[in-house]
Design a protein around this ligand. Sequence first.
Ligand SMILES: Nc1ncnc2c1ncn2[C@@H]1O[C@H](COP(=O)(O)OP(=O)(O)OP(=O)(O)O)[C@@H](O)[C@H]1O
Ligand SMILES: [Mg+2]
Length: 268
Amino acid sequence: MSATDVTPQGAPRGGVRPVLEVDDVKVHFGGVKAVDGITMQLLPGMIHGIIGPNGSGKSTLIGAITRLTRLTSGRLLFDGEEYQTAPASVVARKRVSRTFQTVRLLPDLTVRENIQLGADARSDDTTGSPISRLIGKRVSPAVAEAIERTELGGFEDFYPSELSYGTQRRVEIARAIATGPRLLLLDEPTAGMNQQERAEISALMRTLRSDGLCQLLVEHDVQMMIDTCDHVYAMNFGRLIAEGDPREVVRSPQVQEAYLGRKWRDHA
Ligand SMILES: Nc1ncnc2c1ncn2[C@@H]1O[C@H](COP(=O)(O)OP(=O)(O)OP(=O)(O)O)[C@@H](O)[C@H]1O
Ligand SMILES: [Mg+2]
């Protein structure tokens, strides 16, 4: 099988137990087949990517994985355990963390407090509980670490409206990291960022990978995908059209035809 063929349903990759298995998942909205039979396996310590044109179903798939969007059919397995009917709160407790395509920070909370919300979702970390925040600015280790990793030191007491768009996005990533994720899903985290900021996010993801974290990145920036991902899935009209090595996927005729055009070919 060539690197850009779609893996047959349920076939293991490399004998490693996946963190997440998506098995023939469909999400239909009336007649719109937003996700139409996606099968993928996300492995520990790997950065996976999804590319695909606007409206191809990338965000809907992330919604399904996090159980914020109802599946029409198919199975989801985390650590080998099915959870496709579990509520989103249960999925969050499994430490499946995500960022959204549009910034979703709480405007009345500071950077530190927004990130603390992520740490509060951890059952084993109560150092920075809401009460302790009221009686003193005790910062939980998870928050301090997330701030350091995302280089947000100095911004802790700022409110989101006082930050550039790129910095707001970093706060979101910090909040997701503060949950101590087992699986991190990033939906276009670098939208609105400049080249330098994108490179920083890519470097951060690679550091998290070296700690063994399983990640899924949705991104339109081909260079970022090539620089960051180990394995890329290409979607079109809710279906997988290619998967494998990022450079090969980007160059594959089906992806070129579906989506990318000359601009991507030149980059690849
Ligand atoms: N709640 C919904 N109700 C009806 N249709 C929806 C809903 N959410 C998404 N869709 C449709 O599903 C399809 C896939 O949308 P989705 O947002 O998943 O695409 P995407 O690949 O993330 O696109 P983009 O690159 O623009 O973010 C689109 O046709 C969209 O209009
Ligand atoms: Mg999207």
